[in-house]
Structures are given as structure tokens and as C-alpha cells.
Design a protein around this ligand. Structure first.
Ligand SMILES: *[C@@H]1O[C@H](CO)[C@@H](O)[C@H](O)[C@H]1NC(C)=O
Ligand SMILES: *[C@@H]1O[C@H](CO)[C@@H](O)[C@H](O)[C@H]1NC(C)=O
Ligand SMILES: *[C@@H]1O[C@H](CO)[C@@H](O)[C@H](O)[C@H]1NC(C)=O
Ligand SMILES: *[C@@H]1O[C@H](CO)[C@@H](O)[C@H](O)[C@H]1NC(C)=O
Ligand SMILES: *[C@@H]1O[C@H](CO)[C@@H](O)[C@H](O)[C@H]1NC(C)=O
Ligand SMILES: *[C@@H]1O[C@H](CO)[C@@H](O)[C@H](O)[C@H]1NC(C)=O
Ligand SMILES: *[C@@H]1O[C@H](CO)[C@@H](O)[C@H](O)[C@H]1NC(C)=O
Ligand SMILES: *[C@@H]1O[C@H](CO)[C@@H](O)[C@H](O)[C@H]1NC(C)=O
Ligand SMILES: *[C@@H]1O[C@H](CO)[C@@H](O)[C@H](O)[C@H]1NC(C)=O
Ligand SMILES: *[C@@H]1O[C@H](CO)[C@@H](O)[C@H](O)[C@H]1NC(C)=O
Ligand SMILES: *[C@@H]1O[C@H](CO)[C@@H](O)[C@H](O)[C@H]1NC(C)=O
Ligand SMILES: *[C@@H]1O[C@H](CO)[C@@H](O)[C@H](O)[C@H]1NC(C)=O
Length: 802
């Protein structure tokens, strides 16, 4: 078979060749930011810091390992929250936007004065020492975070790659006549109290070094992290240790275990200083997964002493963020600044995690990059990785190499990974989609033969433990062509649920494999085999299945249903696992045949063959009706979780692209906005931000395919720098842009000056710096509605089927 170019790509290319061969028509101007524009002024890291967004709101450089913020006693999954709960400490490592257990937050520092200057009057255990922050004191900027505690101590922080730098400014001694000594505690714990054991040693200089073994927040095993803390700004007064409520100046080293019957022992070190005139004690904390010595050398290299340059470190962090955001341009066209803040902040949050731990991986020796906190790819393959592919392809390529190096050394691609540990798989092998997405978008520097071997491994070999790698039920998958309800799986072990959602995900994973096989010129039989397996979801389509809500038939016929090994249908209420039944179905809580969502939502998860789905439900009009009902009936569509993303734009496949635009506007800004509670669910490393950014730029990715669905952008023009600096790819509304978004209907489009009627475009748009000009109006038009205008589906031969 021919190489990766499916016929759709070849014809997009011919558009380009045509354009190059005739004299170029006058093109609209490339998108540009206004003169003097600083993207950082539109980034608000506090968006999503309340209401379960769980974002990391603190200081970090792009993809930085060091992430400094205040940790709270309330919603502390990402460390900090604006939920008004108390500050328990300031720690140096975090994840962003994750659900479930809090992540990292190891070795927090806590500044305080001891009443009467007696160390035994200070408070050591986390919840005893916790104090509230003064609300109006919270400052969160890219690379910087600050707040003032109610006791008057002010904390500011910034970071470099592996090092957090703090300024703790102590107010004048609060006790008349007693010169209190500012104390800084280092607690051998993490946010989730998962420490298994830990050590600390304090030098005469006040330097603290040590390590601890902790548990990953959504994975198996444990990991060890090391630290090296140095202080400056005041003369050392004394030092020592604390154990539970008590402290002493001797000894200077301790090893703490998990304790009897898992009783959690509190322990750590402290240092006290003579208060300097300006009250500021600096703390520099290096972290490393290799050793405490490496934590020290990281810190010394990145932020040399003896006086630590806080402002310079902050400036470097800010510059790193400006560089990362520089490929993007937005001409707001008069749109409210809150929209711009949502847009830039959503993009910003996509470059917090995964984290670059290159040089910090103790698990294997390699010259390849090592990224961690792919948390989880089930969330991030849909929009985050596609976004990085556009705005930061060099880093996305390094992430892909890291995933492949993980495969090489651990034997399997991860579906989730954090803290050097294997994370739990939620559905299929979604790294397969990330790899193939990178392939169809021509990311460079990737070993595609290894990628093929890795994906083939997922598709063909069942691991003993498929709860954190590979897939389960492969015997049934290969012989029955679906994942059965209550499968008999003797090859490996995992949560034996999710038969419907796993069938859907494995089908799409196999589609991606067939795409790669075709691209790499594997034989036709191989390509055909995986393309055939990609239709397995149809085996769970039950034509006569209805869906009632409260005893009333919704009027739709045909849903996915679970099927036993013997071919008999099982039953799962199509609204189960959602708000209407008030049930949540995760791996461990109420495991069901769909994961974290309903059958209603999952039926739409066939990104490679929406055309077949449309015919299964009776054609384009019934499909639109069903999609509308799904989005309109309160409690059916779950906008707070990633599986919903693509459903917002599926109207394109039924020839009604205008309805996708309307639908996007029904969710933004009502559910995605620039307030602290402005995300509808866990941000999941930026996934929510990526959904929002793509919707706002007017090009929504179908991950794993060279396809972006076109809708009017939320700004007059948006632009993205070409991968090789060939000028920015621009979407510009040349006529009819209005800030009230009344004109949401594309009347006509031009791509590089030529009339363009397809309602989608390939990634060449970005790599070649193309220009898409849109004319908008206030009524639906014929644009993008014809059969030949629709995005590719297997059924319609859009992928060059065999
Ligand atoms: C700070 O704000 C939170 C959340 O709005 C509120 O619960 C808390 O009472 C406020 N604290 C103070 C000191 O005003
Ligand atoms: C915060 O700490 C204070 C004592 O400093 C305590 O009274 C209060 O209950 C705590 N608030 C929360 C939300 O934990
Ligand atoms: C310290 O002195 C000031 C001024 O005389 C007084 O307002 C304050 O209450 C005193 N504080 C304490 C802790 O005694
Ligand atoms: C610390 O705990 C880990 C995990 O339980 C264990 O493997 C390790 O041996 C312990 N370290 C020490 C020094 O006891
Ligand atoms: C952990 O830290 C203690 C105290 O600094 C040190 O003695 C020990 O060797 C460290 N262990 C490892 C594995 O680095
Ligand atoms: C505080 O004063 C010390 C000298 O006593 C100086 O080294 C330090 O830079 C000052 N800190 C700040 C934040 O200005
Ligand atoms: C650091 O920056 C702050 C304001 O951002 C300024 O007040 C301070 O003087 C600067 N410190 C130094 C040492 O330059
Ligand atoms: C179902 O009926 C109950 C009781 O009449 C009502 O409280 C509930 O709101 C209804 N739910 C839906 C989704 O209509
Ligand atoms: C198929 O298996 C299911 C589950 O074990 C059982 O309930 C059903 O009766 C079987 N159907 C037939 C036709 O044997
Ligand atoms: C902002 O988004 C949140 C989260 O989805 C939502 O609860 C809130 O109503 C929205 N606010 C506005 C003003 O639209
Ligand atoms: C990828 O490279 C191929 C071969 O050079 C080319 O035909 C295709 O247009 C490129 N795709 C993208 C998205 O740039
Ligand atoms: C950038 O432009 C040069 C010169 O026109 C061309 O050779 C190259 O292929 C372009 N690169 C991309 C990624 O479009």
C-alpha cells in the first residue's frame, strides 16, 4: 500500500501545489499580537484553583520538575486551592489538575516564630501548625507565587528546573522585649501522607539533606525523592529535629519509618536564624530522584549562592514562559479580556506537565529524554498532546521519545505514569493514539519502527498485569471481536469491567495501528487486519436498545450494550454511570461496563468512523437529533470530563458544522471561564485548557488523525508559528466578526486565497503556515455541508481503505 498519505492528505497537498504554481492571490495579514503585548499579563494561574479544577497555581518553569506553592489543608490535589482552607506548608514538587489522591508536595517548609523563643512552643504536626492566608495577599503569576499568612509572615517563591527558591519575610518580633528567632521547619512528609520512610541530616552550616520513599498518587509501587535545602539572609541561630509535638537541638540526623500499624509519625528538621533587618530568610531547595548530592548540585548550578538571586530567577522563569507562548498570536477584535485570559491561561497550563525529568531518572540509563507525569494519557491524548504538537513540536517530540524509551526499558507503553511509577490504565492504550498523532503530523526525531513495535505489542500481547500496561481480554478481542461482559481472561489480570468502553478504545487504538502500518508500508494484510479490528465496536451495537429517563422513553433506538462470551446481550442502562443516575463508575468505585461516563456519551467515541455511527442511528438528521438531545438534556453530557470533548464538534460529520460552533459557545464561557472556579472538572494536566484553547482558535483536533474541524474562532484572528519559522498559520475572520458572537455561521472560506469548502483541514495548515480566511454571517449557510466537504471516516473511504 501507499505510504502515509491517505487520499485526503494527497488532495490537501494538491491544494498547496496549485496555490504555489499560480501567482499568489492577495492573502489576509498574518495574525499578530498588538505592539507591546505581553502574553503573561493574560495568564492567571488561579483559574481552576477552586471547584475541583485542581490546577497547580504556583511557580514553575515550562515542564519544570520544581513546582513551588503553598499547600492547603482543603482541596490540595495540586497543592494550593482558593477554597479558604489553611496553609500547611510550602513544597517543591506537584502535579497539575489531577483527580483522586493528592500528588507529591514532598518535604514542605513551614516558617514560624516560637512563642517565648522556645522551640517546644512551636507547632510541628501539619494540621496543628496550619494557618490561613490573608485573602487579598495571594499573587499567582507564571514563575511566581506569593501570599501572606495571617500571622504576618510573607512567603514568595519562584523556581528553576529542579530548584525552588523561597523568601520568607518575618515581621518584627511580635513579642515586646523578646527578640524571637525566625524558624523554618522541613517536614519529612508529602501532601497525601504517603511517606513510607525518610531521612534527614543537618550540617553545621544549616544545610539540610535527605530523602524519603513515597507512594505515587494513581499508580503502583513507590518512589524515592531526595532534597537539599540551603538558607541565606540571616545568621544561623540553631538547628535540630522535631518528632511529633516535640523538638530538640540534638541529634542532627534521623530516620523515620512508617510507624506501628501505619500510624503516621511526624518528623523533620528545623533551623532558626537571627532576624535580619529586612526580615527575609531565603530558602533554596533542590530536588532530585537520583541523590541528595545531585539535588545540591542542581541547586548550586541553577541558583548559585551565597546570595540567591530571587529576582533574576523569577525573570528567567518569566522569559521561559514568554518564549513558550511566543508562537501564538491572537487579535481579539474587541472581545472581552476575560476571554483572552481564559485562552492564554488554558494554553499556559498545558506546559506545566508532563514534567521534564531528563537526567533525573534512576530507573534506567539512557541518552533519551525522560518525561514523567503523563497524568493520564486517557485525558491528555485528546487535546493536550495535539496542542503541544502545534505550539511546541520540539518538546512534544521529546515526550514521544520518552514514551518510547519507557517502552524500551519497561517493556510497555504507559497509559498513565507519575512519580517514576506505572499509573493505572483507564481504558485502552491511548499512548498508541499519541504516537500515531505525532506520525501523521510529521513530528521529527522519532524512531517509527520502535513506535510500531510498541503499538503492535499493545495490540497483540496481553501482559500479566493489564491494570497498568497493555490491554486485557485479548483472546476474546481476537476471536470474538469484542470485549465480553464478564470475560474469561486467564492470560492477565486487571479490573475486569468496562467491556463497552474498552471495546471502543481498543477499536480506535487498532485503527491508529492500521494508520501507522499503512504509513510504514507494512503489507496490505496487516493494514487490513487492524482496520477490520477497528470496527469491533459495531459488535456491541444493539439495534433495538432503548433508553428511558425516569420511565419515559427518550425515543432513540440503538445503543451500545454489553455482550456475554456466548453472544447473549447483557444490560447496562444507557444513562448509568452519569449524573442522571447519580452514579460515578471508576476503576474501583462502582466498576461498570463504561468508564466514568454513560453509554449515551460513549456511543460517540468512534472518531475513525462517525459515518458508520451516523448510519447506525438512521442517518444525518437522526444523528443530529440524538447529539442535540445528548447535549441539551441536563445531566446527559458530562462537560467536566474528557470523553465529552469531541462530541461538541461531531456535527461536522453530519454536514452541520455551524451546530458545532453553536455548541462550543454553549459551553464557553458558561463552563470554562477566567474565574478561580472557572473549570467544570479536573484540568488533568491542562486537558480542559486545551479543549478551550482549540475551541477558541476554531480548529478542533481529531487525535490520531490529520484532521482539524473548522469553526469560527473566538477572536478576529489567531495565528501559530510554523514549526520551522515559516510564518504563522493564521485563521482570520475577514468579514462579519462580532464580539457578541451572533455571527457564528461560516458563509465561505478561503485557504491560501483559494475557495475552500471542506469543513476540516490537515496539519499542513500549521507546518506550512497557511492562511484560512472566513466570512461569517448570522444564518446557517451551505458551507461545509456537502458529502465531499465532510471529515474522513472509514465508511466513506476517507482513509484510503483497502
Ligand atoms: C478567604 O476566602 C475564602 C474563600 O472565599 C473564605 O472562605 C475565607 O473566609 C476568606 N478568609 C478571610 C480571612 O477573609
Ligand atoms: C484553620 O486554622 C485555624 C486555627 O489556626 C482553625 O481554627 C480553623 O478551623 C482552620 N480552618 C480549616 C478550614 O481547617
Ligand atoms: C507590644 O507593645 C505594643 C505597643 O505598646 C502593644 O500594642 C502590643 O499589644 C504589645 N504586644 C504584646 C504581645 O505584648
Ligand atoms: C523504605 O521503604 C521502602 C518502601 O517500603 C523500602 O523498599 C525501603 O527498603 C525502606 N528503606 C529503608 C532504609 O528502610
Ligand atoms: C538518605 O538520607 C540519609 C540522611 O542524609 C543518608 O544517610 C542516606 O544515605 C540516604 N539514602 C539514600 C538512598 O540516598
Ligand atoms: C535582606 O537584607 C540582607 C542583608 O542583611 C540582604 O542580603 C538581602 O538581599 C535582603 N533581602 C531582600 C529580599 O531584600
Ligand atoms: C526585586 O524585585 C522587587 C519588585 O519586583 C523589588 O522591590 C526589589 O527591590 C528587587 N530586589 C532586588 C535585589 O533587585
Ligand atoms: C425523575 O423523577 C423524580 C421524581 O419525580 C424527579 O425528582 C427527578 O428530577 C426526575 N429526574 C429527571 C432527570 O427528570
Ligand atoms: C449466556 O451467558 C449468560 C451469562 O452467563 C447467561 O445468563 C445466558 O443465559 C447465556 N445464554 C445462553 C443462550 O446460553
Ligand atoms: C464559570 O465556570 C464555572 C465552572 O464551569 C461555572 O460554574 C460558572 O457558572 C461559570 N461562570 C460564569 C460567569 O459563566
Ligand atoms: C508530512 O510529510 C509528507 C511527506 O513529505 C508530506 O506529504 C505531508 O504533507 C507532511 N504532512 C504534514 C502534516 O506536514
Ligand atoms: C519552510 O519553507 C522552506 C522554503 O520555502 C521550505 O523548503 C520548507 O519545506 C518549509 N518548511 C515547512 C515545515 O513548511
Amino acid at each position: 500500500m501507499s505510504h502515509l498519505a491517505g487520499q485526503y492528505r494527497a488532495s490537501v497537498l494538491s491544494t498547496l501545489c496549485f496555490f504555489l504554481s499560480v501567482s499568489a492571490p492577495a492573502l489576509a495579514q498574518k495574525a499578530q499580537n498588538p505592539p507591546g503585548f505581553d502574553p503573561l499579563s493574560f495568564v492567571n494561574p488561579l483559574i481552576g484553583s477552586n471547584n475541583g479544577g485542581n490546577v497547580f497555581a504556583g511557580a514553575s518553569i515550562p515542564y519544570g520538575m520544581a513546582k513551588a506553592v503553598a499547600d492547603v489543608s482543603g482541596q490540595n490535589t495540586g497543592g494550593f486551592s482558593t477554597d479558604g482552607s489553611n496553609i500547611t506548608g510550602f513544597s517543591h514538587t506537584h502535579d497539575s489538575g489531577t483527580g483522586g489522591n493528592p500528588s507529591l508536595g514532598n518535604f514542605p517548609l513551614f516558617p514560624q516564630y516560637c512563642p517565648g523563643d522556645d522551640i517546644n512552643n512551636c507547632k510541628y504536626p501539619k494540621l496543628e501548625r496550619a494557618v490561613n492566608a490573608r485573602n487579598d495577599s495571594i499573587v499567582a503569576r507564571p514563575g511566581y507565587f506569593a501570599l501572606e499568612l495571617e500571622n504576618g509572615i510573607r512567603a514568595e517563591m519562584t523556581t528553576s528546573e529542579h530548584t525552588a527558591l523561597y523568601h520568607f519575610t518575618f515581621p518584627p518580633s511580635p513579642e515586646n522585649g523578646t527578640a524571637l528567632h525566625p524558624q523554618i521547619v522541613l517536614d519529612l512528609t508529602d501532601i497525601g501522607d504517603t511517606r513510607q520512610n525518610a531521612s534527614i541530616g543537618i550540617d553545621p552550616s544549616g544545610r539540610m539533606k535527605g530523602n524519603g520513599t513515597f507512594l505515587p498518587s494513581f499508580g503502583a509501587g513507590s518512589f524515592m525523592l531526595h532534597f537539599c535545602a540551603d538558607f541565606a539572609g540571616g545568621e544561623l541561630f540553631d538547628s535540630g529535629l522535631f518528632v511529633n509535638e516535640r523538638a530538640g537541638n540534638e541529634p542532627k540526623e534521623i530516620f523515620v519509618t512508617r510507624g506501628f500499624n501505619l500510624f503516621y509519625l511526624q518528623a523533620g528538621g528545623f533551623v532558626r536564624f537571627v532576624r535580619p533587618a529586612n526580615g527575609t530568610i531565603s530558602a533554596r531547595v533542590g530536588v532530585s530522584f537520583i541523590s541528595a548530592d545531585q539535588a545540591c548540585s542542581n541547586a548550586e548550578r541553577e541558583i548559585p549562592g551565597p546570595v540567591y538571586d530571587f529576582n533574576g530567577t523569577r525573570r528567567e522563569a518569566e522569559d521561559a514562559w514568554r518564549r513558550k507562548l511566543s508562537p501564538i498570536a491572537a487579535e481579539a477584535g474587541g472581545v472581552d479580556e476575560s476571554m483572552q485570559r481564559s485562552f492564554w491561561s488554558g494554553i499556559y497550563r498545558n506546559m506545566l506537565s508532563p514534567q521534564d525529568y531528563t537526567g533525573e531518572n534512576p530507573l534506567w540509563q539512557s541518552d533519551e529524554p525522560y518525561f514523567d507525569s503523563f497524568y493520564c494519557i486517557w485525558d491528555s491524548f485528546r487535546a493536550q498532546h495535539p496542542l503541544l504538537t502545534i505550539i511546541d513540536p520540539a518538546t512534544q517530540s521529546r515526550m514521544v521519545r520518552s514514551l518510547l524509551d519507557t517502552y524500551k526499558h519497561e517493556g510497555w507503553l504507559p497509559d498513565c505514569r507519575m512519580s517514576l511509577s506505572k499509573g493505572w490504565t483507564q481504558g485502552g492504550s491511548n499512548t498508541d493514539v499519541v504516537l500515531v498523532d505525532a506520525y501523521v503530523k510529521n513530528l521529527t526525531g522519532i524512531n517509527w519502527d520502535m513506535a510500531y513495535a510498541a503499538i503492535l505489542n499493545d495490540a497483540e500481547n496481553e501482559p500479566q498485569e493489564w491494570s497498568y500496561e497493555g490491554r486485557g481480554g485479548l483472546v476474546s478481542w481476537k476471536t470474538l471481536n469484542y470485549i465480553p461482559y464478564l470475560d474469561y481472561d486467564y492470560l492477565g489480570f486487571g479490573t475486569n469491567s468496562r467491556s463497552i468502553s474498552r471495546t471502543l478504545e481498543y477499536a480506535y487504538n487498532d485503527f491508529c495501528l492500521s494508520t501507522l502500518a499503512r504509513g510504514l508500508d507494512k503489507d496490505d494484510a496487516t493494514v487490513a487486519k487492524y482496520l477490520a479490528r477497528s470496527s469491533n465496536w459495531q459488535n456491541l451495537w444493539k439495534f433495538d436498545q432503548r433508553s428511558d429517563i425516569n420511565g419515559t422513553d427518550t425515543g432513540f433506538l440503538g445503543f451500545l450494550q454489553p455482550k456475554f462470551l456466548n453472544g447473549t446481550w447483557g444490560y447496562q442502562d444507557p444513562i448509568a454511570c452519569g449524573a442522571l443516575t447519580n452514579s460515578f463508575c471508576s476503576l474501583t468505585s462502582n466498576p461498570s461496563e463504561t468508564f466514568e461516563s454513560t453509554v449515551w456519551e460513549y456511543i460517540f467515541y468512534v472518531p475513525h468512523d462517525i459515518a458508520t455511527l451516523i448510519s447506525l442511528v438512521g442517518g444525518p438528521a437522526p444523528f443530529i437529533k440524538r447529539l442535540d438531545f445528548f447535549h441539551d438534556y441536563p445531566g446527559l453530557a458530562d462537560i467536566s470530563n474528557e470523553p465529552v470533548f469531541l462530541t461538541v464538534f461531531l456535527y461536522h460529520y453530519a454536514g452541520r458544522p455551524a451546530l458545532s460552533a453553536l455548541r462550543a459557545h454553549s459551553y464557553i464561557p458558561a463552563y470554562f471561564n477566567d474565574t478561580n472556579s472557572g473549570l467544570p472538572g479536573n484540568d488533568d494536566s491542562g486537558a480542559m485548557g486545551a479543549f478551550q484553547a482549540f475551541a477558541m482558535m476554531g480548529l478542533f483536533p481529531v487525535p490520531g488523525q490529520n484532521v482539524y474541524l473548522i469553526t469560527p474562532p473566538f477572536f478576529e484572528a489567531v495565528g501559530f508559528g510554523g514549526a520551522e519559522g515559516n510564518g504563522s498559520a493564521t485563521v482570520r475572520v475577514v468579514e462579519g466578526f462580532d464580539v457578541m458572537y451572533k455571527n457564528l455561521y461560516i458563509q465561505s472560506a478561503k485557504l491560501n486565497g483559494e475557495v475552500y469548502t471542506r469543513n476540516w483541514v490537515g496539519h499542513e495548515f500549521f507546518t506550512h503556515g497557511w492562511t484560512l480566511e472566513l466570512v461569517l454571517g448570522d444564518t446557517e449557510s451551505e458551507w461545509g455541508t456537502r458529502e465531499e466537504d465532510l471529515p474522513p471516516s472509514v465508511k466513506t473511504g476517507g482513509f484510503g481503505n483497502l
